[in-house]
Structure formats: structure tokens, C-alpha cells
Write a protein that binds this ligand. Structure first.
Ligand SMILES: [Mn+2]
Length: 327
């Protein structure tokens, strides 16, 4: 049983049939789901004897996707003719998120979108968008299986990796996800290895990211009887330990596991005058509305913003907004 309507599958089949060449592209700052979905679509196109180029604005910062970087280029190696070529966009519904340099290049081609982001309100014959799908790689698996029935072992492993990254290794899946587990079991029966994949995703991190994590934990403070935990990263912290990236996922995970916490706020001083903030929350608290008050946005339980200001001025303002919903 597939959550994807048959009509949607035949729309995609028609789209593939009516073009010879394809650009495949996902969002900038790619993650495992974005990369594995792109590779899954490439495999499908290969089986239909179509030409394709894998594009990504990068950067390939996450250690677990590094091994796939050489299969992607930032710009097309050669330009496909607009008459018989098209773009398939995965794990992304907004052209801006593809990257500002690449967006103008693909602008005039026919496009088909495969995505699971909640921000998307596109629903036409050139899209397969299911916001309740836990990963785009899961949608790509279902598409693949509807075209070819049995999945090949190599691509099965890659799609499994994509589903694992977006579901936090199944931690974000709810009780209603038996269909997802059935799909996963088909991948495991084809050779996908949960233990190896977990170790691939959770290793290779630079030591400095652990030191930075330590600083963030030391800076953290509780507010409103512990319902909110706040931490920050100064320019000095970044200089010391932040050059090789950070591990925000681990930070949020550690702080959200504290007894009584409902939301976590993280503010980073990016430049002398600008800050980035990240928000995470548990079920009831909607952090996207708080982020929106400062020009940001996102999902109910995960949001972010970039704005002018310093940690000293911005933090108290955001905490004040939290006070309204947490006190
Ligand atoms: Mn995704």
C-alpha cells in the first residue's frame, strides 16, 4: 500500500516520458534525505534510459554526506536543451532554497517537485508532496517500487540512509507509522543495515564540535521553572571551536531531554551586528510564531531566524515572548 495516489505516479511517469534529459536538485545545505532522494531519482531515470545531472548548491558540511559529494556539481557540466529537458526538485518546494546562484539557471525548464515539507502549498499535476511523509526518501522509495516493484540493493541502502536521517533514526515516527516500517523492512531485506547506517550517521564528527557543544551546555540557563532553556554562542566561541561546523541537533537533543523543559532557544552571534537563532519545542509550544515576530519562521516545533542585533539585546527580547506562552 502506498500513500501516493496512483494518479500522481502516472503524472510523474508522463513527465519523465515527455523529456529526455533531467537536472535533479534539492535544497542548499543538503542533508541525508535530500542527497539520497536525489540519488534515488537518478536511479529511476537511469532505468528509464534518461540522461540526468545531479546538482547541489552545497556545501556538503555534514560528515555523513561527504562520500556522495563528488556525484554532484554546483552548476550543470553542460546545459541541457530547454525543449526536451526538465528539472526534478526533491526535498524542497521553494525555488529560493535551491540556492540563489543555481535558481536562475533552471528557472525556465519544466519542473516536477517531490517533497514532504509543511511549508509547501503547491498541489498540481507536477508535484508529489505529502507533508506527513517522514522523509522524501520514503516517497522516492514508494515511487521506485511502483515503477519497478523490487528495489535494487545499492539504491535501497541509500534510501534507507535518507529515511534514517530525517526520522532521527526512527525517533520522530509516531504510532501511526506502520506503513513506514513495512517500507523500511523491504529495504532491510534487500541489504540495508541499521547498525552500519547508524554508525555512518553518528561518526566522523570533528572533535572541535564536541568542545563547542561543551561550551553551549555550560552557557545554558533555565527560565520559567525550567520550561525554557536558553544558550548562546559568541563570536569568540565560534573562533575557538566553531570553524568545522557545529552539531545543533545534538545540542537540542541534550537540552530537550531535561526534566520539565518545553522549549529550547539558541542564539549565535554571526557577525558584530547580526545573530542567528534556533528554536525547538515539545508538542504544544509553537515556536514558529515566536520566530515570526523577529522575521523568522519554520515549523511548530522547529524554527529559526536571522536578524540584526547582539546576543545581549536579542536574548531578553525573545525570552520576553516566551514568557507570554510559558508563564
Ligand atoms: Mn527531508
Amino acid at each position: 500500500m502506498s500513500i501516493i495516489a496512483e494518479e500522481k505516479i502516472s503524472n510523474l511517469k508522463n513527465f519523465i516520458d515527455s523529456h529526455d534529459n533531467f537536472y535533479i536538485i534539492g535544497h542548499k545545505e543538503p542533508d541525508g534525505d535530500c542527497i539520497s532522494s536525489s540519488l534515488g531519482i537518478a536511479e529511476i531515470l537511469k532505468k528509464f534510459n534518461k540522461k540526468y545531472q545531479l546538482l547541489s548548491a552545497g556545501p556538503f558540511k555534514r560528515p555523513e554526506i561527504k562520500q556522495f559529494e563528488k556525484q554532484f556539481t554546483k552548476f550543470p557540466k553542460k546545459n541541457f536543451n530547454k525543449e526536451n529537458s526538465a528539472v526534478i526538485i526533491v526535498d524542497c518546494s521553494e525555488i529560493e532554497r535551491i540556492g540563489e546562484e543555481i535558481a536562475p539557471i533552471i528557472k525556465d525548464y519544466d519542473k516536477f517537485i517531490i517533497d514532504h515539507h509543511k511549508t509547501s502549498d503547491i498541489d498540481n499535476e507536477f508535484s508529489i508532496i505529502y507533508p506527513y511523509a517522514p522523509a522524501t526518501a520514503y516517497l522516492v522509495q514508494l515511487i521506485y517500487e511502483s515503477f519497478f516493484e523490487k528495489i535494487d540493493s545499492e539504491i535501497g541502502k541509500i534510501l534507507f540512509f535518507g529515511i534514517c536521517t530525517d526520522t532521527g533514526f526512527f525517533r520522530f515516527l509516531d504510532a501511526d507509522s506502520s506503513d513506514v516500517f513495512y517500507a523500511i523492512s523491504r529495504l532491510v531485506s534487500k541489504g540495508a543495515n541499521p547498525r552500519e547506517t547508524y554508525s555512518e550517521i553518528n561518526s566522523g564528527k570533528p572533535f572541535s564540535t564536541r568542545k563547542l557543544l561543551g561550551l553551549m551546555l555550560t552557557h545554558s540557563e533555565q527560565y520559567f521553572d525550567g520550561k525554557l532553556i536558553v544558550t548562546y554562542e559568541t563570536l569568540d566561541d565560534t573562533k575557538k571551536f566553531g570553524k568545522d561546523g557545529r552539531d545543533s541537533d545534538s545540542l537540542y537533543q541534550l537540552l530537550l531531554s531535561v526534566d520539565g523543559v518545553q522549549a529550547v532557544l539558541f542564539v549565535r552571534q554571526d557577525t558584530d551586528k547580526t545573530c542567528t537563532a534556533g528554536f525547538r519545542s515539545k508538542d504544544a509550544i509553537d515556536v514558529s510564531t515566536i520566530a515570526a515576530k523577529f522575521g523568522g519562521g519554520g515549523h511548530k516545533n522547529a524554527a529559526g531566524l536571522s536578524t540584526e542585533g547582539t546576543i545581549d539585546t536579542l536574548l531578553p527580547q525573545i525570552i520576553k515572548e516566551f514568557e507570554k506562552v510559558l508563564n
